[in-house]
Ligand binder design. Sequence first.
Ligand code: AMP
Length: 582
Amino acid sequence: MLEKKCEFNGEEVIAEFEELTRDATAVQRETLRRILADNASAEYLQGLGVAGRTDPDSFRACVPLATHADLEPYIARIADGDTSPVLTATPVTSISLSSGTTQGKRKYLPFNQELVKSTMQIYRTSYAFRNRAFPVEDGKALQFIYGSRQFTTKGGLTATTATTNVYRSEEFMPTMRAIQSQVCSPDAVIFGPDFTQSLYCHLLCGLLYADEVRIVSATFAHSVVLAFQTFERVWEELCADIRHGVLSPTRVTAPAVRKAVSALLAEPNPALADDVARKCSALSNWYGVIPALFPNARYVHGIMTGSMEHYVKKLRHYAGGLPLVAAEYGSSEGWVGANVEPETPPESATFTVLPNIAYFEFIPLTTSDGGACADASYAEAEPVGLTEVTVGEHYEVVMTTFAGLYRYRLGDVVKVAGFHNSTPKLKFVCRRNLMLSINIDKNSELDLQLAVDCAAKILAAEKLEVVDYSSHADVSCDPGHYVIFWELNAEANDDVLQSCCDELDRAFTDPGYVGSRKARAIAPLELRVLQRGTFQKVLSHYISLGAPVSQFKSPRCIGRSNAGVLQILSGNVKAFFSTAYD
Ligand code: AMP
């Protein structure tokens, strides 16, 4: 029954997609109608006087734009066990935890079967286009994916990351099989209790199925890079495990993971171990390690846009000549678009919006300085519909979903790159309120402010103050790290500043950051203490570029492209590196 449901015919999927995008305006109207009709009894919609109306004009007139903070009280009630129709008519089935861009706290979001359905739709659509460009028959995928821990909310709902909710759904494995993306590793590895053990086992399982691997992938490109950086260090141990048919007792200790992987290792395989060792020895600086180990792999797949773009260079190195294919654009809130032009290099990848997965609006954004994302202050105009966007313009994405989010501001800035039939192709630009991000970590202006406040308490004991501060995600070295710039009102001694630096590092509690720091995927935070008067120079710099003094706000994060300000902040400093995670 499941297998039947997941039969896959790429050309049919593409034909459906072409049909769906031909008259996106009509599909959007119908999508909104369905969302509002299905959820007419929801307290949120009733309270706003939607009164069963389902047309876009009434919807926009009654329902205001909302942020997560606006919906949080409703979602909290659901998490606490309120099964009445709060946001959706039928109760949500679980909670997704986003990575958390506000106050270092993870956002709770409603998750339901509709999101599983749209996830499968987007996987199948993107695979159909990928498979047309890079055909794969009968194979497996070496997927560096990791289920997150889950917990039960007060009201008895499962709460975990959206990806884990998807991995745990009934549809996930059959769909993966249908699109030739069956994971090499057993479930116990994906859901293992320890990330480093799972990573080791993913590599081992990939080697055991080396000839069958057709796709090498991860949700985020960064995980693929991290996997092969790890491979550089552990390949000899992996070879020893394969040679003797025994899983390393020190690398992998979790009983369930050991049991599942040991079953695959069953027999000693010296021929495979020799083969892997020979291939590794023949490589120069690990260039092309992926095609060397997995000769039948057709491409590397994962999110390579936005904050992941930094990893494309290293990924190309490992991938040798294999194509890199940028994966879809979505969030814990819901999916936005699929990459239907898989041959486009990741740097220029766009995402074609699927008009039936949500009702979309776009807030037009204009920048006065056309500057780097994190520095730009945008002026907003009235939201426009999916098919009303203009090529070349910037917008913030607003979604109304089947999981109970209405006119929800996603906080992402996109640029319209063109149209596929009548639906737009979006280029991801940046997160609107996100400032600091190296890989999967996400910290906002507020997170930075809270971290600085926290560390400044140490200064207060010395009767010192932070006059001004800023930050920068430094990715000029690998791994990248956060740089926090401080200007103080007087001289502080080095021990105090070292403590402040450690405290700053600890104060970023975003799980993506903490996890990456522990896994050494983000290097120690750097505190740079500036000469007095430095921020005055920054102000003068902006004024010289025409910024109005009355509206000037110290830039809290300096983008990579803002060489002028970075130059000012790099002169005459004392630098400290955190030891918080040593
Ligand atoms: P989360 O809800 O924690 O999964 O984070 C979702 C956010 O990750 C989105 O709102 C985007 O900012 C970012 N994101 C997701 N997919 C992509 C992509 N393909 N390219 C760039 N950024 C992405």
